[in-house]
Design a protein around this ligand. Structure first.
Ligand code: GLC
Length: 785
């Protein structure tokens, strides 16, 4: 394919290889991130996932030896072999990732092909048609993670996936190859060392991790450039840092978005919305958000209200606001084809809708019936769409939920040859399909930012790599199946590893009827998912916390309240995540990469580094085994101290989700409120689990972008556990005038004395805990045991 190497030379951070028939580029982005680029479609990259990547001079050396060219950075050796085959080594010359030199060689499948064909059904044979294909060696000892929220397990080895954003209404099962999202990034863990690959190609692409043949894995696409990034760890955390350095991290959201959200298709009319709101307050169940699904609109026309059902949305929303509720409304991309409807008329006049190959606005069916699709690949269209949000924001809407943006269509798939403007590089649907949701949520984000100047809250169903900068995501139309609760854990964990920290599932399940027991267990997981939203479909039974029986309601209350207590800790995780890219929900392997036992845990997760959650995912289960990694852990409910590095059995009555806290943890907590901001909190609880530890606690105004100008406080906690327990607190950064006091709650300690900044202070010893409230921002605390 390439022919002989004619010459190679260095241009800035690039090493350009000119072959007889082709050109290849190896670009050193950082010492640990290398881009491999073949301009097969066009010279320009036009990445939508990577924005504003500035070129910094990076040190590297290039040397030719026989038929190879060796590039050495401060972290890696890259060996470029004939035919532009590229291998990556660490500096100790351990091979990390090698191109596979053989041909594709699918395992033999006996018989005609598949069961359906065997039975005589007519089948269209499909094999991945790949214009671009990269094969990498598999040694057999790899574990592969990432790819967003694909179904199945945490470890993707042995499976095959497709990136083609798809709205398939049938129940999600393990064999689904494509889902709503395309996140072509994965992490390979091999002998304790991790690297990542980000394949920045939006065309339909395929990822086969040894399903076709266990000797290699491959990724490839139907068209576009060959453009991938090798991201070295060796820790998984460093790989995520590298990937989010390229595609962006999940930004810090507004505080209220971390509260509980109640949704259904659809709360209507207004009186039903009011009833839901009143129930939360009457029943003492915290809630911040009520979501309005498609029926708030006039005949599903986006940016309108059905004035029969919602006579005055502005007044309704302001009344809800008085009770502490925010309203989030759904906005779909399909614009009703309807002369006289302003969105349709304006878009038609300005040429903002996607056209067919003959240049005529393309029509398909979605909720409003015949509809046209905005061309979000065009900046002017994105700006127009962003501006439309003023209509909803002026009514007091606080966030926008983008749906059906794969884009979905009821009347057959959108044809490949639809025309998109693509910001000056006209192209067809094949290139934009997987980016459609990404570009729509970017436009939504920009609209909200422009009119509110607050951190925008967007939820999207479809997306691409990089959408995490603009939007939260949920995993789409799950069902009220135990199987879907079980599967939600690896889905969310892999989303987190793929840059999407702020994610969630429909708590209770979308399709099918939920049961009290299932909701009780789901809320125990939901309590820890960054996006905590109960949502269900049309025609299913009611699914609000009180819709089943008293016990279910009580369990919902307990876990929703627990969530509200833990919001400062969750907010801290998101603050740090904006810098490091690390997700809120983490597979155990992320922090225990040296412990093989953690590599395939699908039914437990870490929440930050301090919480280990082992939820119940099966009906009727009243005990489960929990793997606790090495170190000491505290049972959250009983305070029992347990040595890890082993499995323990925990009894799990319906109201109990096993939670363990790592020794040395410092956990900031709020008192329970009905909603975020219900009261001024001037005293924060600091829950201490003795051990050696450090913690950075963050505070700001919870809504604006001022923190980016330094308007925040950062408290540095350090704890040393010896003969005495010593804790120091420093205000490491001061920029936000509100200062809160801390009430310390020291677990599993009995104190003889508590000395703060050299003076004894009063304290309470109760039920194995010590409680005291010192004054000041700089604290030197000694707990004399
Ligand atoms: C889609 C969404 C779902 C929503 C429904 C109606 O199925 O995934 O959440 O309720 O459309 O808008």
């Amino acid at each position: 394919m390439f022919g002989n190497l004619v010459e190679f030379h260095v241009e800035g951070n690039k090493v350009v290889f000119n072959y007889e028939k082709s050109k290849g580029i190896v670009e050193v982005i950082t010492p640990e991130i290398i881009n491999i680029f073949l301009p097969l479609k066009r010279e320009e990259k036009l990445s939508k996932a990577i924005e504003n990547l500035t070129e910094n001079k990076v040190f590297f050396e290039v040397e030719k030896s026989e038929d190879k060219v060796l590039i050495r950075t401060e972290k890696l050796y890259i060996e470029v072999k004939p035919e532009f085959k590229v291998d990556f080594y660490d500096l100790q010359r351990n091979i990390l990732c090698a191109d596979y030199l053989g041909e594709r060689e699918p395992f033999i499948r006996r018989g005609v092909g598949n069961l359906a064909e065997e039975e005589g059904h007519k089948i269209n044979k499909v094999r991945d048609k790949l214009a671009i294909e990269v094969l990498k060696e598999l040694e057999g000892n790899e574990y592969i993670y990432g790819l967003g929220d694909k179904t199945g397990h945490l470890n993707k080895k042995g499976y095959h996936y497709k990136m083609w954003n798809t709205d398939d209404p049938s129940p999600h099962v393990e064999s689904f190859e494509a889902m709503y999202k395309s996140i072509p990034f994965f992490i390979v863990l091999k002998q304790g060392m991790a690297y990542g690959i980000f394949f920045d190609n939006p065309f339909k692409s395929y990822f086969d991790f040894g399903k076709e043949n266990s000797k290699y894995y491959y990724f490839g696409a139907e068209d576009g450039n060959l453009d991938y990034y090798f991201i070295y760890g060796p820790s998984i955390a460093q790989v995520i840092k590298g990937y989010t350095f390229l595609t962006g991290t999940t930004p810090l959201p507004q505080l209220w978005t971390l509260g509980y959200h109640q949704s259904r298709w659809s709360y209507t009319p207004e009186q039903r919305v009011t009833e839901i709101a009143e129930n939360f307050r009457k029943r003492d169940i915290p809630c911040d958000v009520i979501c309005l699904d498609i029926d708030y609109m006039d005949g599903f026309r986006v940016f309108t209200w059905d004035k029969e059902k919602f006579a005055n949305p502005q007044i309704m929303i302001s009344k809800l606001k008085e009770q502490g509720f925010k309203v989030v409304t759904i906005v779909d991309p399909g614009v009703k084809k309807d002369k006289g409807y302003f969105v349709y008329d304006e878009g038609l006049e300005k040429g903002y809708f996607v056209r067919d190959k003959d240049g005529i606005p393309y029509v398909n069916k979605v909720w409003p019936g015949d509809s046209v699709y905005p061309d979000f690949s065009d900046e002017e269209t994105r700006r127009w769409w962003a501006d439309k949000h003023k209509i909803l924001l002026d009514c007091g809407v606080a966030g926008i939920w983008n749906d059906m943006n794969e884009p979905a269509s009821f009347n057959g798939a959108l044809p490949d040859d639809l025309q998109f403007k693509n910001d000056g590089y006209p192209t067809d649907h094949r290139e934009i399909h997987n980016l459609y949701g990404h570009l729509m949520s970017k436009s939504t984000y920009e609209g909200i930012k422009k009119f509110t100047n607050k951190r925008p809250f967007v939820i999207t169903r479809a997306c691409f790599s990089g959408t995490q900068k603009y939007s939260t995501v949920w995993t789409g139309d799950n069902q009220s199946f135990w199987e879907h609760l079980r599967m939600s854990i690896p889905m969310l964990l892999n989303l987190g590893l793929s840059g999407f920290s702020f994610c969630g599932t429909d708590v209770g399940g979308f399709g099918f009827d939920c049961t009290g027991e299932l909701l009780s267990r789901w809320v125990q997981v939901g309590c820890f998912t960054p996006l905590f939203r109960n949502h269900t479909a049309m025609h299913t039974r009611d699914q609000e916390p009180w819709a089943f029986d008293e016990r279910t309601e009580e369990i919902n209350r307990k876990y929703i309240k627990l969530r509200y207590e833990l919001i400062p800790y969750l907010y801290d995780l998101l603050y740090h995540g904006e810098k490091t890219g690390l997700p809120v929900m983490r597979p155990l392997v992320l922090h225990y990469q040296g412990d093989r036992e953690t590599y395939e845990i699908n039914d437990q997760f870490l929440w930050g580094e301090n919480f280990l959650v082992a939820p119940i995912l099966q009906q009727g289960q009243r005990a489960r085994s929990v793997y606790l990694p090495k170190g000491k852990w505290f049972d959250y409910w009983t305070g029992e101290e347990i040595q890890g590095g082993r499995y323990v059995v925990k009894e799990t009555p319906l109201d109990l989700c096993p939670i363990y806290i790592k020794e040395g943890s410092i956990i900031p907590k709020f008192p329970v409120q009905n909603y975020i901001g219900e009261r001024e909190i001037d005293n924060l609880i600091i829950d201490i689990y003795p051990g050696n530890g450090q913690y950075l606690h963050y505070q700001d105004d919870g809504e604006s972008f001022n923190y980016r100008q330094g308007q925040y406080n950062l408290y540095q906690f350090t704890m040393v556990d010896g003969k005495n327990l010593e804790i120091t607190v420093n205000l490491a950064h001061y920029g936000y005038p509100k200062i809160r006091d801390f009430t310390f709650n020291i677990n599993n300690v009995e104190a003889k004395e508590v000395i703060v900044n050299g003076k004894g202070i009063s304290f309470i010893n109760r039920e194995g805990k010590v409680t005291f409230t010192p004054c000041g921002e700089k604290l030197d605390i000694k707990i004399i045991k």
